[in-house]
Design a protein around this ligand. Structure first.
Ligand SMILES: Nc1ncnc2c1ncn2[C@@H]1O[C@H](COP(=O)(O)OP(=O)(O)OP(=O)(O)O)[C@@H](O)[C@H]1O
Ligand SMILES: [Mg+2]
Length: 133
């Protein structure tokens, strides 16, 4: 995680909307275009909604990252929920365990530049995504 991460706590549906808005403003401050702000905000909204839906609660951390003269945003979505049983399946378009569209995770991967996921029933789920300016 980048240093000085901003921590957003997710306890319910209303926090999903706040997280999306906070992410948009954070991306704007880093210098992302209006279009990228929107894409980042959408990705955060999907990750936040999954946390509230499947793990009840968790956190999202926003931080600014730098690498090889590049600058970007890192979003870490962290929960101590039940974990994702089958990661490969969860990353397929239209796979959903609750009968919705099932594009949240694959869509988020497409919106961002880097996507990493680690999940287990013991530790819960941590998804790290990054987008570069
Ligand atoms: N934080 C999480 N903890 C546990 N399981 C998760 C978590 N996030 C996703 N999953 C599992 O991965 C599946 C795929 O997630 P994804 O967001 O792609 O689709 P969805 O949430 O089912 O549908 P949509 O996001 O389109 O409403 C979910 O159905 C759920 O089983
Ligand atoms: Mg989802």
């Amino acid at each position: 995680m980048g240093k000085n991460a901003t921590r957003l706590e997710l306890l319910g549906e209303v926090d999903v909307a706040y997280a999306a808005l906070d992410a948009k403003n954070y991306a704007k401050r880093i210098g992302f275009t209006a279009k990228d702000q929107y894409l980042i905000s959408t990705a955060v909204s999907e990750l936040a909604r999954n946390i509230v839906t499947y793990a009840s609660k968790g956190c999202i951390f926003l931080s600014t990252i730098e690498q090889d003269f590049k600058k970007g945003i890192e979003v870490v979505a962290d929960d101590s929920g039940p974990g994702i049983q089958d990661l490969e399946k969860a990353m397929l378009d239209n796979f959903s365990s609750r009968g919705t569209l099932g594009v949240g995770l694959p869509g988020t991967k497409r919106l961002m530049d880097d996507f990493q996921i680690s999940s287990s029933s013991a530790k819960g789920t941590r998804i790290t995504v990054r987008k570069w300016l």
